[in-house]
Design a binder for this molecule. Structure first.
Ligand code: MTE
Ligand code: CO
Length: 434
């Protein structure tokens, strides 16, 4: 049976190889130089390569048994694909943030183990058995749910991105952090399983004066936030699984709030209480902290929706080009809190000429979209940028356009176009172009 399967796999592989002709490959790529387009090493050049001609160690001995890793971890060779923090950014690692290694990932789903974490008072350990969710305030019946109670409501699955409002926040005054992980890595994208918040609000019976909800977590910071009732009844979600398995401790185990398209600070982790109110509760220091400075010195607040944004993840400073010239896959991520990404453009020359990138799949609402541009690199300098368009017709602004409105002293909501300077030799640097 196993033999038959192997045979089938092999023949299938041969068929796939035949279908991918050189012509088909050329058609889908953008030629920017005269370099020959060959992605592989020819058989002749491979001659004398012991990896081809000699039986390797891994084929001479048997591998690990199926009991070696009951919960699988990435292979050691990938041990640098990890979350990282920036030491000087915060006073300690408790009220702090680390960053998703977006430069090393592909597709759109962020594995939980490398999805960024942002905590105001550390990641707590809350046993499922001790979990309680209280609904109170302007409701007919204040209720308390256990984890098991939540599991008895009809369940849904949704993929959404979560972006911290401070993502790219260090880049307002100038290009600062040399890596997509650090400039854009306060984002993750997971498939959540849970129940719409509206389900449990309806269970408690909303009073007609209820126009806001105040949500808080079980951690010391509690991270209390106010959300308008329209959003709460629309797509706010109470999640207890991510990417098919239980939430990780650092992402709010056992239950977190998912607020699609809105800034990460509203996605309350370790969700313990939802109070229905007739006005926003602003007493907590954190609620008023998330305001945006404008160029004229005034501030704006309640900028909850994350505007359309994109970034090239590879090549990028931590993912330099390792070949001198020829076929090169430029890849990145785009997203919009207002809906689906409809188009992404990529420029190789700092914005003079734009090419429409290929979306790996049609954009999904409030979720990450993967894009690719396949080029024939001539080995010379490039100034790479990507520009996202969303379903509302909004186009991601340049850094200059954003600064004209928001000045240099903003922290939050920086969704400007990012520039990577690819140098001859393949090294990449975070720069600004004017
Ligand atoms: N919820 C609680 N209870 N405590 C927190 O510190 N941090 C918020 C939000 N929810 C926070 C919280 C912030 S600022 C962000 S950006 C997101 O959680 C980050 O979610 P993550 O840690 O799963 O990436
Ligand atoms: Co945040």
């Amino acid at each position: 049976m196993l033999d038959a399967l192997c045979f089938w796999l092999e023949t299938d592989l041969i068929m796939v190889k035949r279908k991918t002709t050189r012509r088909a490959f050329l058609k889908g790529s953008v030629a920017i130089g005269g370099a020959a387009l060959t992605a592989g090493t020819s058989v002749k050049a491979g001659e004398g390569d012991p990896l081809i001609t000699e039986t390797q160690e891994w084929a001479q001995f048997t591998g690990d048994g199926v009991d070696a890793t009951p919960y699988g971890m990435p292979i050691d060779f990938e041990s640098d694909v990890v979350r990282r923090n920036v030491e000087w950014l915060t006073a300690d690692t408790i009220s702090s943030v680390n960053f998703t290694p977006i430069h090393a990932l592909d597709g759109t789903i962020t594995p939980q183990g490398c999805a960024f974490e942002r905590n105001h008072s550390g990641a707590i350990e809350l046993p499922k058995e001790d979990y309680r969710l209280m609904i109170n305030g302007l409701v007919d019946r204040p209720l308390v749910f256990t984890y098991e109670d939540l599991e008895r409501f009809p369940r849904e699955n949704h993929v959404y991105f979560c972006e911290c409002a401070a993502n790219t926040g260090m880049e307002w005054a100038g290009a600062q952090l040399n890596g997509a992980q650090f400039t854009h890595g306060m984002i993750h994208n997971m498939e959540y399983t849970g129940i719409p918040l509206r389900t449990i609000l309806n269970e408690a019976g909303l009073k007609s004066e209820g126009s806001w909800i105040f949500v808080e977590g079980a951690d010391a910071s509690s991270n209390g936030r106010s959300i308008p009732i329209e959003k709460a009844l629309d797509d706010v979600f109470v999640a207890f699984k991510a990417n098919g398995e239980a939430l990780r401790k650092e992402h709010g185990y056992p239950v977190r709030l998912v607020v699609p398209g809105w800034e990460g600070n509203m996605w309350v982790k370790w969700l313990r209480r939802v109070e229905v109110t007739d006005q926003p509760i602003e007493s907590r220091e954190e609620t008023s902290k998330y305001t945006d400075t404008l160029a004229d010195g005034t501030s704006r607040k309640w900028t909850w929706v994350m505007d359309a944004k994109s970034v090239i993840t590879s090549p990028s400073p931590q993912a330099p080009i390792t070949h001198k010239s020829g076929p090169l896959v430029i890849s990145g991520l785009a997203w919009s809190g207002h809906g689906a990404i409809t188009r992404v453009d990529v420029t190789l020359d700092g914005g003079k000429n734009w090419f429409q990138a290929r979306l790996a799949k049609p954009g999904e609402r409030k979720a990450l979209t993967r894009f690719y541009l396949d080029i024939d690199w001539n080995g010379k300098d490039m100034f790479l940028q990507s520009r996202a368009h969303d379903e509302t017709g909004y186009v991601q602004p340049t850094k200059e356009q954003l600064r004209n409105v928001r000045g240099l002293n903003s922290i939050y909501h920086n969704n400007c176009i990012q520039t990577w300077w690819v140098k001859k030799g393949g090294e990449v640097e975070n720069v600004e172009v004017s």
